[in-house]
Design a protein. Structure first.
Length: 132
């Protein structure tokens, strides 16, 4: 009686797969990556180890979302940005703060938070930075 053994075919990693792995590994679970790439969890872990990839503290923001936030936050209301990104207002505020994003003066005037007469003036904090 012969015992049937499974033959495993070694599938080489394409450049695109390696790039996807590098992009996803810090922020996604191994199971999510394996499923998306159509590979086993063990294979994904081995390749990540070979590439020296490490997990990062994940704040729930993907690069694309952070890029959109950088573009939208200065000229739109926080509520509007949150709705567009499908996030809470607080999450948007915290990420914008960590990214050091600020609302434009014109947006603040449009929202009625700064008067037009102060539009051309620098704030006290901005003025004090340039004092030697």
């Amino acid at each position: 009686m012969t015992k049937k053994t499974k033959k495993y075919i070694r599938k080489l990693w394409s450049k695109d797969e390696v790039e996807l792995l590098k992009d996803m590994f810090p922020y996604r679970t191994g199971e999510q990556i394996a499923k998306q790439l159509g590979r086993s969890l063990q294979t994904v872990r081995q390749k990540a180890h070979q590439l020296g990839l490490k997990k990062r503290a994940y704040d729930g923001w993907l690069k694309n979302d952070a890029s959109l936030l950088k573009v939208m936050f200065p000229n739109r209301s926080t509520q509007e940005v949150a709705k567009m990104l499908g996030r809470s207002i607080n999450s948007v505020r915290e990420k914008a703060h960590r990214m050091e994003l600020k609302k434009t003066r014109q947006h603040l005037v449009n929202m009625g938070l700064v008067s037009e007469s102060r539009l051309g003036q620098r704030s006290f904090a901005e003025q004090s930075r340039h004092v030697i």
